[in-house]
Design a protein around this ligand. Structure first.
Ligand code: SF4
Length: 461
């Protein structure tokens, strides 16, 4: 057990996130300043937290031989940082702003050269593809927190309830949607992108699904709308009728999320369908003429080998999705997996790194480009989740939510609205509660939070 002292630090959290990339929680303890004399490591914050973090990084790399590829970055948005570094270099008249940003990522933030290149290439692609958000536009997110079963690794607000509960939820949601739509109209705001997520929104029965999507279209559709995505993650919730509703509502992008094409693993992670259902769902979506289909995959699922992952990649690729999002398995606190093995992500580190490399080179060979990424806590190998797209099919909402330069209005249980103040380049968060029953009970309060925190927020500044 290593004793670590953090001196002059007001909040240990960020430093511990970094320490955990090297040592499991049972391998170290954070001690008070009084224990410095017999501590293994003493780190002193003298005003720049990144310097302390790089000292931690260097010392623990030396101790363990582990060299986390994202260096001292523990946040979820490395591409956003890459963009800030480029813009900062431009402000300082650097001849090659990208090269200057790369140097800073590698030397100051300790990222690997490969990850620095990945983040900077993505930033460049995002700028070329989407640029800055048009004035008075927002992103709209709506959450349907129900799924047919709960996946082993899930930490979302995903509920399995009687359908009458789902309908009760929808009534509360419609009240919030109405309020937001009216508020947006009054302010002259329009949606640039709409994302229906969850949960699995297609858990709704066909008639309710159609009613919901048409309401979304009426309330938030408009000339500025560039993208409308509906998650239909579970193939066993997809029917021709629901796909028709997606088309009728004007959505062009859906997500069908197999995670793996290995039937044994699908069963192990708690899915109620097999890989044949995935193939059928793709065929139906293509017949319906959906323009962009995304497929989510997870690298590092229990008992899977690099060969299994390779098979999944190839099989999914053959189904013809325009987007493929490759996640690194992460062991989240609210998941069932954490109860089985809270250290599983440490064990998977090497394998997941190998799988991600497989994905990167295979998908590049098939014409897909990585266009957005984000990181999470407790990820195997301290890696990242990466969205790949065929050119011209990149997901706008995914880029905006990571870039944080546009207000995102989130409705429904667990929706986290982010109000963006461009003059100060600052965000304020307006959360909804995540429990769907409490959301229904306290819908007036959720609406009031939006009124104060979102629609009245700009008047206060
Ligand atoms: S489909 Fe997604 S939201 Fe639903 S249980 Fe699985 S991981 Fe959770």
């Amino acid at each position: 057990m290593y004793k670590i002292v953090l001196q002059g630090v007001s909040n240990n959290h960020e430093y511990e996130e970094l320490i955990k990339l090297f040592l499991r929680p049972d391998e170290y303890e954070i001690c008070g300043a009084g224990d410095a004399s017999d501590a293994d490591f003493v780190f002193v914050d003298q005003g720049d937290k990144n310097i302390v973090k790089s000292e931690i990084y260097d010392e623990l790399t030396q101790l363990t031989g582990i060299r986390p590829v994202w260096g001292i970055l523990t946040g979820i948005r490395p591409v956003k940082l890459a963009g800030e570094l480029v813009r900062d270099a431009e402000r300082h008249y650097e001849r090659d702003a990208y090269a200057a940003a790369r140097r800073k990522m590698v030397s100051y933030y300790r990222t690997s050269g490969e990850k620095a290149d990945l983040a900077l290439d993505m930033y460049r692609l995002q700028q070329e593809t989407f640029g800055v958000p048009p004035d008075k536009t927002v992103g709209v997110y709506i959450d349907i927190p129900f799924c047919p079963t709960r996946c082993l690794y899930c930490s979302f607000a995903s509920n399995q309830t009687d359908y009458s509960e789902t309908l009760r939820y929808m009534e509360a949601l419609y009240r919030e949607m109405n309020f937001v739509a009216d508020g947006m109209k009054e302010k002259g705001w329009s949606a640039e992108s709409i994302y229906i997520g969850g949960g699995t929104p297609s858990t709704l029965e066909a008639a309710d699904f159609r009613k919901f999507l048409l309401k979304v279209k009426d309330m938030f559709g408009g000339p500025q709308l560039a993208e409308f995505t509906v998650e239909m993650g579970r193939p066993d919730t997809i029917t021709a009728e629901k796909l028709e509703a997606v088309k009728e509502a004007g959505a062009q992008r859906i997500s069908i999320n197999p995670q793996t094409m290995k039937d044994e693993t699908l069963e192990l992670i708690g899915r109620k369908h097999d890989s044949t259902a995935v193939r059928e769902a793709f065929a139906e979506a293509q017949n319906a003429g959906i323009r962009v289909i995304n497929a989510d995959l997870i690298a590092g699922l229990p008992l899977e080998t690099a060969e299994d992952f390779d098979n999944t990649l190839k099989e999914v690729r053959q189904l013809g999705p325009q987007n493929i999002t490759v996640h690194s398995l992460s062991v989240k606190r609210a998941s069932k997996l954490v109860e089985i093995d809270k250290d599983f992500h440490y064990k998977q580190a090497g394998l997941v790194t190998e799988m991600l490399e497989q994905a990167r080179s295979y998908l590049a060979g098939c014409g897909y480009r990585p266009y957005y990424l984000y990181r999470q806590k407790h990820m195997s190998g301290a890696q990242e989740n990466t969205g790949y797209a065929l050119p011209g099919t990149e997901g706008l909402y995914n880029v905006r939510i990571m870039d944080e330069t546009q207000t995102i209005i989130a409705m429904g249980a667990s929706g986290m609205t982010k109000v963006y103040f461009p003059e100060e380049n600052r965000l304020e968060r307006v959360p909804n509660v995540s429990n769907y029953e409490i959301y229904i009970e306290r819908i007036d309060e959720m609406i009031n939070r939006k009124k104060e925190g979102l629609f009245n927020a700009y008047e206060r500044t």
